[in-house]
Every structure is written in C-alpha cells, then in structure tokens.
Design a protein around this ligand. Structure first.
Ligand SMILES: O=C(O)C1=C[C@@H](OP(=O)(O)O)[C@@H](O)[C@H](O)C1
Ligand SMILES: C=C(OP(=O)(O)O)C(=O)O
Length: 438
C-alpha cells in the first residue's frame, strides 16, 4: 500500500516508544530455550518478532500471547529444542534468521530456513562460515536462503567477525552455548550488546572485556538458561523517527517516553546533537537491565556534520533517517565506514540516495556511504515518490521527510513498516502529521 506525507508546520505530543525489536527477538528465543516459564512484558508485536515467535514454537517452545504486548513462554529446558516439521520462514528479518541459525546449530537440530524476497538476497555466509568451523553442516543457495542447517556436536572457536555485526556475534555465541569448550568472539568495534546482557538475565555467565572501542566476549558451552520475567525497554531506533520529525518542523515539541539508553544504540542522538539538534535526554528509570529515558526534540536549525567512524555501529539502522537530517542541514555531509548498509533489508546506500534524489536533494553514493548536499531548514523540495525496496526504515524516513519538505513525499509501498513499527502511522498522526495511506 502507498502512503503520502504532506508538509505540516508543527508536531506536538508525548508518546511511548514501542518495544525494542532486538530485545524482543532475544527474549522469545532465550525464554524458549530456558527451563521454566517466563513472562515477557512490552514485547514488540511487529512481523519480524512474530516470525521469531512462530519459529521458536515450531522448535518446541510453548509460546502464548496473553494480552496486548504480554507473552508467556515455557521453555524446553534440559529436554532441548526439537527439529521443526516445516520450513522456518523468517520473513523480512535478518536478526530472526541469523540468531535462530545459531540456536539450531548449537542445539544439534536440522532445519530449513527461508524468508521474503529481501531476506533471500541477504548474505548468510557470514554466519554459515563460523558455524561450519564449529562443526555444523549446511546446504545453501550460494550462501543465501533458502538453506538447510544441520547441527552436530560443536567445538568452541575463537572468532573475529570480518564485519561489525551483532547478528554474527550473537549467532556464534548461541551456537557456543551448545558447544564443547569456551567460545570467544573478538569485536574490533563493539556492536549492540543485548545478547550479552539478556543471556546474563537468564543465568548464563558471559565474560566481556572491553578494549580500545572493541571487546572480547567469552562464554562456556553447556550452560543452562533459567526462566526469568523480562520487561522489554522501548526501541531507540523506532523513537528516532518521532524525535527527528519534531526537529525538522517549524513549531512544537515531541517527547518520546520509555526509550532504552544504551551506548551501542545511541549514535544518532550524538550525530544529531553534533549538527546542532535541540534534543533533551532525561533518565526516567530502568527496564530489563537497561536505563530508560525520555527524549524531547524542539525544532532546530542543523549544520552538516560527518558522524565519526567510532559511532557508525551505534547508528547502523539510522542512516536512512540521518540522510534526511543531512538534507535539511546547511552544508555537505559525508558518510563513510558504513558499507554494512549495502546488505540490510535493501541496499540502504542506494535506497537512501534514491530517496533523496527523488525529492530534489543532491546526493551521491560512495562505496561505503554517501554524500548529501544540504538544502537548509525548510529547503527540501519534496514532491517525489520513494521506492521503499521492502525496507521499513526507508519508508519511515521518507514519510518523516514529507512532514517538513516543501511538497508532499509519497512512498510506493509501506507494508514493510509493520515489521518493526506497526504503530508508526498512529503515532505520527497523534503528533499531528498529515500522512494518508492508500
Ligand atoms: O542483532 C540485532 O538485533 C541487530 C543487529 C544489526 O544488524 P547487523 O548485525 O547485520 O549489523 C541491526 O542492523 C539489526 O537491525 C538488529
Ligand atoms: C537491519 C534491520 O533488521 P534485520 O537485520 O533484523 O532485518 C533493521 O531493523 O534495520
């Protein structure tokens, strides 16, 4: 379905961020593996997470939705997960697919994985290679889905992922849970650490040594998870769309409540502040072992500023939206060190540049990033139709751009937004955005 976002002068209001997608996947997987019953509060009920819930149920966990965002999971414990009878369809989700592969290998299962046209185009060799080194077998379509993975008694490895990727790290750690010996992952640049934190909440000992912006994670095989209740904190990536829209319009104030503060996820807050964004972050409590904040944005004039290489992993999902902020800034912005964007739900370097160009903004691709010539506050022409390319973040970024451009911005197909932020339209409309679907 198509959607169009029309220019508006003000956005106002305070909204609660939806549950974090990364934490929601992990909560379902770890609860499904654990001994006992876990209650999960605030689960993100997006399509990606629902696909993980189905996959865990297919592997023997008892997964039940009790009420809105409240789920009960009774794990398999010592009995272990079982081979799924049918193909595990992971939909649009790289996280769901790659983390489930770690579980399947570590639990010595045999399973076939598939996904939608976007997921079928994404590289799986990055997880199949370390899993093969540990002893798992696979047959794949040239390193892509559909593929069949077969676990075996695994041996622990010490692994340095060639890409900064929390999915690869997590996959190796989850396989390591079922391996003989101590699995070690060395990360030259630290990526999101939700697996480390949440495994500890389920009673697993995970050692982390941080050094020079990177870290070394070690985990002994054979540890059992024990059920625990999990409170999912709000998603900082989803929250960015609301507060960024609040920065770009002329008037008002937007507050996003319940936003997880984690230094592996807050790159865009730093990048926007470096551009002169009037953003106020206030700590309000804790949930699921994470600090919770309220982020308030006030309309701001932005100046172009290149994000430092060190913060790229902490804003890896935010580059399409960062491209929109750069379009409204004064001056040219260069993004480098972000080659991972090429293998997300779409090639996000090409898709971001095309989104901007379709709306009259000068932008160019670089192998590992892009350049945007800023139009200044209120200067983005708009008027274009953006191809979402099965990518929720491209679709949402384009609709945020439409709120503050000179002419409406349309998106050809917004169905992917339901994978990560099913309440996006309701939330934007509650703030005063003029977005029409259909
Ligand atoms: O582990 C996770 O939950 C995620 C890791 C990141 O992917 P990569 O590991 O491919 O960088 C991120 O882009 C994705 O949205 C969620
Ligand atoms: C890259 C993303 O997700 P995934 O890799 O799980 O599909 C994302 O949500 O931006």
């Amino acid at each position: 379905m198509r959607a169009t976002s029309k220019p508006i002068s003000r956005l106002d209001g305070a909204l609660r961020a939806p549950g974090d997608k990364s934490c929601s996947h992990r909560a379902l997987m770890f609860a499904g593996l654990a001994e006992g019953t876990s209650f999960i509060e605030g689960l993100l009920e997006g399509e990606d997470v629902k696909d993980t819930a189905k996959a865990m149920a297919a592997c023997g966990a008892d997964v039940e939705r009790i009420s809105l965002r409240r789920w009960k999971v009774t794990g398999v414990g010592a009995a272990g997960l079982k081979n799924p009878k049918n193909i595990l369809d992971m939909g649009n989700s790289g996280t769901g697919a790659r983390l489930m592969m770690g579980l399947v290998a570590g639990q010595k299962l045999k399973a076939t994985f598939d996904g939608d046209v976007s997921l079928r185009s994404r590289p799986m060799g990055r997880v199949l290679d370390p899993l093969a080194e540990m002893g798992a077998k696979n047959e794949s379509n040239g390193g892509k889905l559909p593929l069949t993975l077969e676990g075996a008694p695994l041996s622990a490895i010490e692994y340095t992922p060639p890409h900064a990727s929390a999915q690869v790290k997590s996959c190796v750690m989850l396989a390591g849970l079922g391996a003989i010996g101590t699995t070690i992952v060395n990360e030259p640049r630290k990526t999101r650490d939700h697996t480390e934190r949440m495994l500890r909440a389920f009673g697993v000992t995970v050692d982390v040594e941080e050094k020079d912006g990177g870290c070394r994670i070690s985990l002994e095989g054979g540890q059992q998870l024990t059920a625990t209740n999990v409170d999912i904190p709000g998603d900082p990536s989803s929250a960015t769309f609301l507060w960024a829209a609040g920065l770009l319009v002329q008037e008002g104030s937007v507050s996003v409540l319940n936003v997880m503060e984690n230094n592996t996820r807050d790159g865009l807050v730093h990048a926007a502040k470096a551009m002169g964004a009037n953003l106020n972050v206030v700590k309000t409590g804790e949930a699921g072992g994470e600090v919770i904040t309220t982020i308030t944005s006030i309309p701001s004039s932005l100046n172009a500023a290149t994000p430092e290489l060190a913060i790229v992993p902490a804003m890896i999902d935010e580059f399409p939206l960062f491209g929109v902020l750069a379009a409204f800034a004064d001056g040219d912005t260069l993004v480098t060190g972000a080659e991972e964007l090429r293998v997300k739900e779409s090639d996000r370097i090409t898709a971001t540049v095309n989104m901007l160009k379709a709306n009259g903004v000068h932008a160019e691709e670089r192998p590992d990033g892009f350049i945007v010539r800023g139009c200044g506050r209120g200067g983005v022409p708009g008027g274009g139709i953006v191809e979402a390319c099965h990518d929720h973040r491209i679709a949402m970024s384009a609709l945020v751009m439409g709120c503050a451009a000179k002419a409406p911005v349309s998106v050809d197909n917004v169905s992917a937004i339901a994978t990560s932020y099913p309440d996006f339209f309701a939330h934007m409309q509650a703030l005063g955005a003029d977005i029409e679907q259909g």
